[in-house]
Design a protein around this ligand. Structure first.
Ligand code: SF4
Length: 497
């Protein structure tokens, strides 16, 4: 789920899902309407995602578009699929998969009604939901996801200077409040959402004047800000815009830049990029997307780049199963340590959102229990419960911001209720958990088939061996013995002996 409008329009066109098989000999895009048509995209190849979307809309009328940019065409391993000039299928290189098929874009047009089992109950559910949203998600609506940066920083878990520090002492220069004052221009919402957590930012003066983009979200802010030791807000907006247009995941892109910064600082790379060099960052992003010079190596992601560069950089490179982590340092959030390690696609936050209960100390499903972010106890039980919950959220294709445990507004009972209202099929929470466990088993089996096994459920050298230098988690590492104990317990809970 990338938010936006594509999903609803695919349904309005009469389809629940789309599977693209094979590879075209020349660039094409797919147009979905009453029929499915494969059309020539030679004129679109080489264009960025914004130009591609504009061109297809000009040619096809009222359509919703997914597209790739030059990064996807050039098979950058963290290329993403872009929608609506700011919404991304961001992680794991889905854009490179489209690029490998010579598939530049997918457009959908639809205006069919969607039948639901109980329309009156759905109307009531929606009205109640919107009332709860007003009460509970006001801050998200006002400031967007960057609002969480302060909390993460105060827990000493905000990744800074390429995962060496957990506290960024210049956060106020790029905080949500500063963004609201300096760059936010308007709110932007996904289909039928009353939260409108998206923020369109515009830079109106200085070196980056004229930059305009939806964002930056928290993850982009962390990746091009503290992780690169950069407090120039306008440059972060620019890096966001460049990545969105070129079609690159900002989390992985920020990680690769910061990795290069550390390698440069240590003299391993010949001064390619220094920490805080924001104009150099923008320059290098283009090189990565077009695979120019060292950009060709960096386009492979930190794991492969380190194996090419050598000189001990394998111990510097921070990734799990080849995926660069989002903005939560697991040394200060022990539940996140386990969650990153067992996530089927590597260091991912959206499978579990384990940072939230770890940072707030509030148990998502049991108000009597507290979570100690530095304790290894009870984390396996917590992670399994969170994964089970978010597996159903993902299967029902709901937004994760309206399904926040303890906040909601949609929690377990509401999901069961909603499922019945829409499908007419009776269900309850117990059944949903059973289905979720089965999905998690299946995903694990697919990974095993592809050669990803328990030994890959681990963390990078730095998290296990190098203590955080500052902040509230100063001195913390993930202790291997205690981590293994969490892993054993997690496997036991999943029944994966
Ligand atoms: S809360 Fe969710 S659905 Fe609403 S605008 Fe934000 S991401 Fe989109």
């Amino acid at each position: 789920n990338c938010g936006g409008f594509f999903g609803p329009y695919l349904k309005f066109a009469g389809y629940d899902a789309l599977i693209v098989k094979g590879k075209s000999k020349k660039p094409v895009y797919i147009l979905i309407d009453e029929t499915v048509e494969i059309k020539d995209a030679s004129h679109l190849w080489g264009k960025d995602t914004f130009e591609t979307e504009d061109t297809i809309k000009a040619d096809e009328g009222k359509v919703q578009v997914l597209s790739i940019g030059p990064a996807g065409e050039n098979l950058v391993r963290f290329a993403c699929i872009t929608h609506n000039k700011g919404r991304q299928f961001g992680r794991s290189g889905a854009g490179a998969v489209m690029g490998s098929k010579n598939l530049k874009a997918i457009a959908v047009r639809g205006d069919k009604r969607v039948e639901v089992a109980d329309p009156d109950a759905l109307e009531k559910f929606r009205n109640e939901l919107n009332e709860k949203i007003k009460e509970r998600l006001a801050a998200l609506s006002e400031y967007g996801t960057p609002q969480m940066a302060g909390l993460i920083n105060s827990s000493g878990s905000l990744p800074t200077r390429y995962w060496t520090e957990g506290y960024f002492d210049r956060l106020e220069n790029i905080s949500a409040e500063t963004m609201k004052k300096r760059i936010y221009k308007r709110k932007k919402a996904c289909f039928a959402c009353s939260v409108a957590c998206g923020k369109v930012s515009k830079v109106e003066e200085g070196f980056y004047s004229g930059t305009e983009v939806e964002g930056p979200e928290y993850e982009t802010l962390y990746a091009f800000g503290p992780l690169c030791d950069n407090d120039n807000l306008e440059s972060i907006v620019k890096a966001n815009e460049v990545c969105d247009k070129l079609g690159m995941d900002t989390i992985s892109a920020g990680n690769i830049l910061a990795f290069v910064m550390e390698c440069s600082e240590k003299g391993i790379l010949d001064k390619v990029l220094e920490f805080g060099d924001h104009s150099g960052m923008i320059h290098l992003l283009y090189k990565v997307a077009y695979r120019k010079d060292i950009g060709n190596t960096l386009a492979e992601g930190v794991k492969k780049a380190a194996s090419v560069i050598g000189k001990g950089t394998e111990r510097i490179a921070v990734h799990v199963k080849g995926l660069e982590p989002p903005g939560f340092d697991p040394r200060g959030l022990k539940g996140v340590a386990l969650a990153y390690a067992v996530s089927p696609r590597g260091a991912c936050h959206v499978r579990h959102l384990a940072h939230r209960p770890n940072v707030t100390g509030t148990h998502p499903f049991d108000s009597k229990k507290k979570i100690d972010r530095l304790s290894y106890d009870d984390q396996p039980e917590l992670i399994k419960k969170l994964e089970d919950f978010y597996t159903i959220v993902d299967s029902m294709i709901l937004c994760k911001f309206i399904t926040l445990p303890t906040v909601g507004p949609i929690l377990w009972d509401d999901m069961a209720n909603l499922y019945q209202i829409v499908t007419g099929i009776p269900t309850d929470v117990k059944k949903l958990i059973f289905i979720s466990e089965r999905i998690n088993d299946l995903v694990r089996l697919i990974n095993i088939r592809e050669g990803v096994v328990r030994a890959d459920d681990t963390l990078p050298y730095r998290f296990m061996n190098t203590p955080l230098k500052n902040g509230a988690s100063r001195g913390e590492i993930v202790e291997k013995r205690k981590f293994e104990r969490m892993l054993d317990r997690y496997y036991e809970l999943r029944g994966w002996g």
